[in-house]
Design a protein around this ligand. Structure first.
Ligand SMILES: [Zn+2]
Ligand SMILES: [Zn+2]
Length: 305
């Protein structure tokens, strides 16, 4: 029964080169057929048989039978992917099961929150992209990099792709949607003074966001939860700053320079005010205890708080 199939059963179905080849061939064939109005068109049995190196039709029939209901959906028009099939075939085609390609450390400007160093170094640390501080040797920021990403881009183009991906994903997290699985994200705000964070780090509140479904966890300063939202992105865009194309290590200067601040203005339930400044203008963002925006205010003049 499909409904009783375990994760192990699902993956065991793929321990056969022909089946992996069938999934790959269907995806390539659908791609070559060109775009259609309703996604990809199903592929008939004979279309698949033509494209794949397999002894006879009964073998193909057997393997298609094994893949159907888990990775493939069968209709009168032929075979198409299920959700699991779609996910796994993109993973296979992108070769994201391999290791990320090694690359030389990339020099990049930013700010170390521990010592203020501005000449930083980006590199690979297992499956993580890490920006490190050469002065105090601490990690400044890190994010997941995919093997396809390290093969597709290098140097500053790789950095740009990482900045964009992290920005888009972090802004999705702020809306309560998991970038990995689209499950529900729950966010808590923590007081930095109650956490084991070095005193020199200029962050008063930070957030922990967790996916209830896949357990993926995201954390960052509370000011970033406000900065990666539409009101802040448009405020900065009008000032000539593209927040969605700026790396966290580059945004850190807003913290060390006191341009981005957060304070708790009410308890039980908690409410927070984040102020994001740019020259003599600022955006105040009010957030509840789950970082939902309750209101925003644009203000002008010096000494904004
Ligand atoms: Zn440092
Ligand atoms: Zn998730």
């Amino acid at each position: 029964m499909v409904s009783e199939q375990t994760a192990a059963d699902t993956f065991a179905l793929l321990s056969d080169e022909s089946r992996v080849e069938i999934l790959r061939s269907i995806a390539i064939a659908q791609y070559e057929q060109g775009p259609s109005n309703s996604g990809f068109a199903p592929l008939s049995f004979s279309d698949i048989y033509e494209r794949i190196d397999i002894d006879n039709t009964s073998k193909l029939s057997y393997h298609l039978g094994e893949l159907t209901d888990t990775y493939l959906r069968k209709t009168d028009d032929g075979y198409s992917f299920t959700h699991a099939g779609e996910q796994i075939v993109r993973f296979i085609l992108a070769e994201n099961f391999r290791q990320p390609a090694e690359f030389e450390p990339i020099e990049t400007e930013g700010t170390c929150l521990y010592c203020g160093e501005t000449q930083l170094e980006a590199g690979l640390d297992d499956q993580y992209f890490m920006v490190r501080c050469p002065s105090c040797e601490r990690p400044v920021t890190g994010y997941i990099v995919t093997p396809a990403q390290t093969r597709s881009y290098s140097g500053t183009a790789l950095l740009d792709s990482l900045k964009r991906k992290q920005a888009v994903e972090f802004s999705l997290v702020q809306e309560g949607i998991c970038p990995e699985c689209a499950g529900r994200i729950r966010t808590d705000v923590l007081d930095a003074s109650e956490q084991p964070i070095p005193e020199e780090v200029p962050v008063s509140y930070f957030t922990i966001a967790e996916c209830e479904a896949c357990l993926r966890r995201y954390s960052g300063p509370l000011t970033y939860s406000a900065a990666f939202r539409t009101p802040a992105v448009s405020f900065y865009w009008e000032q000539g700053v593209d927040i969605m194309g700026t790396g966290w290590w580059e945004l850190h200067r807003y913290l060390t320079e006191g341009e981005w601040t957060a304070e708790r203005i009410a308890t039980d339930p908690a409410e927070y005010r984040v102020v994001l400044r740019h020259e003599d203008a600022a955006l105040r963002v009010f957030l509840d205890d789950e970082t939902r925006i309750t209101r925003t205010e644009r203000v002008h003049g010096r000494n904004i708080d």
